[in-house]
Ligand binder design. Structure first.
Ligand SMILES: Nc1ncnc2c1ncn2[C@@H]1O[C@H](COP(=O)(O)OP(=O)(O)O)[C@@H](O)[C@H]1O
Ligand SMILES: [Mg+2]
Length: 273
């Protein structure tokens, strides 16, 4: 169930159909119609990572941050990734979300091999199909909460009049619409993260990647944020990959991947399975 307005008579394109240009200026939806999202994980793989390796070279020193990682993320799944500091969790998120190139191996998102896309196409694909949530919220301080949430839609070419109601609906979905006019510094940490989650939802993404989303929050507030991710997953079918140290994530996740030294060393069922 998307947050974007859609014209009901528009045909549902196939997964590989080209997306219509956003912001056509006629008040119509900028997004293709998609099938309703599942409330339970399906067998369809949104992400397929195959033998992903990532080496960093700093001067003479080479670090192999990922040493052959293979896994998939199913549509509708809430997948948690846990492991000690430095084991490669952020590197993995960056590699599977196209923020960073893999050294070898492949990553497909909705069947597309990100390495085969031009830089422009990859940037556009990420803006249209992916959502991101970070430990430090990454809100722009000079913009209001609402303007921060509208931003991804404006980048995709929507007008402000098109973006505003969609952004407000997204803020409403995470319980933060009453803070729309506040600047980030006028919000609590938990409210800022809700705002960032609203921003990540606003383009109706195929998947949201969250890197330590509770890392800057106290235990209670962090628990509320994990509960919110679970609610969005259960009620709206949003697919999440959540990197966290918070053991409570095992209650809300379908699966938990345990990493160590650049490898997945264990896969466990979570409480939502
Ligand atoms: N840009 C980089 N350049 C060099 N080494 C890096 C870079 N990013 C991460 N690393 C190294 O890769 C390993 C994994 O880091 P990271 O993915 O950030 O771990 P985690 O998120 O699990 O704490 C660490 O040894 C880290 O020092
Ligand atoms: Mg990290």
């Amino acid at each position: 169930m998307g947050l974007l307005r859609r014209s009901p008579q528009a045909p549902a394109p196939g997964r590989d159909a080209p997306a219509p240009a956003p912001g056509n200026g006629h008040g119509q939806s900028a997004k293709p119609v998609r099938a309703p999202k599942p409330r339970k994980p399906t067998e369809e793989q949104v992400v397929q990572a195959q033998d992903v390796r990532k080496r960093y070279r700093t001067g003479e020193v080479e670090v192999e941050a990922l040493r052959g990682v293979t896994f998939g993320v199913r549509r509708g799944e809430l997948l948690a990734i846990m492991g000690p500091s430095g084991c490669g969790k952020t590197t993995l998120l960056n590699c599977i979300s196209g923020l960073d190139d893999v050294s070898t191996g492949s990553v497909r998102i909705e069947g597309r091999d990100l390495a085969q896309l031009s830089d422009d196409d990859r940037t556009r694909f990420r803006a249209e199909r992916l959502g991101f949530v970070f430990q430090s919220f990454n809100l722009l301080p000079v913009l209001s909460a609402l303007e921060n949430v509208m931003l991804p839609l404006l980048v995709l070419g929507n007008t402000e009049n098109e973006a505003r109601p969609v952004a407000l609906a997204s803020m409403d979905a995470v319980g933060i619409a009453h803070r729309a006019q506040h600047k980030p510094k006028e919000l609590s940490g938990g409210e800022q993260q809700r705002c960032a989650i609203a921003r990540s939802l606003v383009n109706d993404p195929a998947i949201i990647f969250a890197d330590e989303p509770t890392g800057n929050l106290d235990t209670g507030t962090g628990g509320q944020i994990l509960h919110l991710l679970q609610q969005l997953n259960k009620e709206r079918g949003v697919t999440f990959v959540v990197v966290t140290h918070d053991a409570k994530v095992t209650d809300v996740a379908h699966r938990v991947l345990r990493m160590d030294s650049g490898l997945i060393v264990k896969v466990e069922e979570g409480g939502a399975a």
